[in-house]
Write a new protein. Sequence first.
Length: 263
Amino acid sequence: MQVFSVQRGDGPIVLGQPHGGTFVPDDIAARLNANGQVLADTDWHINQLYDGLVANATVVQSHVHRYVIDANRDPAGASLYPGQNTTTLVPLTDFDGQTIWAEGQEPSTDEIEARRIAYHAPYHNALEQELERVRAKHGVAILFDCHSIRSKIPFLFEGTLPEMNIGTDGGVTCALGIEAAAYEFSHSSPYSTVLNGRFRGGWTTRHYGRPNEGQHAIQMELAQSTYLSTETPPWAFDEKKATRLRRWLVDILDAIQDTALEL
């Protein structure tokens, strides 16, 4: 099974997709409990949602499920949100705080390191190479990290999540003009929008966002209610909802690209 795939484009935008994969090696899958084997915490159909939105974008997609290792967590294991409920580099629970491993089958420290080398590092090596390539070509690179999540998860946040959640770690990971363009077009859409709310950008956004070097990163966390028929199994892709959402994602991505090329 491929750990990751790269769809190479000529433009300055790189779409990162760390959580859309569902591959779990057989030996690891056998150690998940019934709850874990459902793989509920997947960014369902995220590659399909973004497919073709920007004709010249590069797409770097992980095919490995986050229960194997989370490609959007600090490889050193540091928490993204100290003091708040979250999941770890190799999660021990799902987003509802329920255990995902059979009793006594939680991965050891040595195993987590082996998974980091086998699955986390190759994805990020590819992502870094693509960002360097497009930045060499255009003088600028924009990482747009594509995510989605259930709109109601009491363990992680209160109430209902806004439909579009833009994360720039408080304006640190990209030029303010890029942040403003993303927020302006999101806010003008029919979707509820927040900037640097519960999701301020994961490790990927924070790690690669170096605007002073011409490398910008921004995370978009979408509520799955915006494009799925239901946020419970079977998590079916809703063509009508997705078509409506994609129209606005095109505007957001075009605005980000145009702004970055004018910097």
